[in-house]
Design a protein around this ligand. Sequence first.
Ligand code: TYD
Length: 221
Amino acid sequence: MPRGLFITLEGLDGSGKTTQIKRLAAWMRKRGAEPVVTRQPGGTEIGDRIRALLLDSRSAGLAPLAEMALMFADRAQAITEVIEPALAAGKIVLCDRFTDSTEAYQGGGRELGSELVLEMHRLVCGDLKPDLTILLLPSLERSLDRARGRNARDAANEGKDEGRFEQEQDAFYKRVWQKYREIATRDAERIIVIAGDLTIDEIHEQIAEAVAMRLSELKRR
Ligand code: TYD
């Protein structure tokens, strides 16, 4: 059985990843594929508990290294329970965030640096890396506006407390944005950046085109 395909979506808070992952999954289903859709942190029962701890604004005292280790604890669980079994069964896995998020948010945003994150990735995830990553990265200005818009929405939203990251300031998101750009330049073969001021439909078309291309490349191998 040929191994499946591991596709990740990345971007800042409020970049529209969740909408796009749903559209992409629907696009695949129309073509007869049944993708496994998951997200990080979360995506498993244990991962959802780690997610609650990570995103709860009462976790304000969480040390950056503890935060990074929890992201990888969640990832280890997801790899064992969801990602590896699906890839081994030849399925397409669509994952909302993966190690690039840890490099951008903990490495860049929290200033732990890339090296530490990549080292931890090697220890926890071995050589598992996405076959294709779609990075939604509009201009810095627009990205900051959206992250702020999400802050306001979440503040008005009662119920589930998942606001810890959204409470971060512009300087934090600027570092995350810059680290994403750096990663995209370094791993240009793997990462497709979707920038610019595009509509939801336009972004979906660009993503579908990139995925279709990658799928046909793989078939030719
Ligand atoms: P989530 O509500 O899933 O945000 P989004 O819909 O924008 O993906 O929350 C995930 C948050 O966790 C988000 O602010 C990014 C952050 N995060 C990290 O800081 N490091 C990581 O490794 C991952 C996977 C997420």
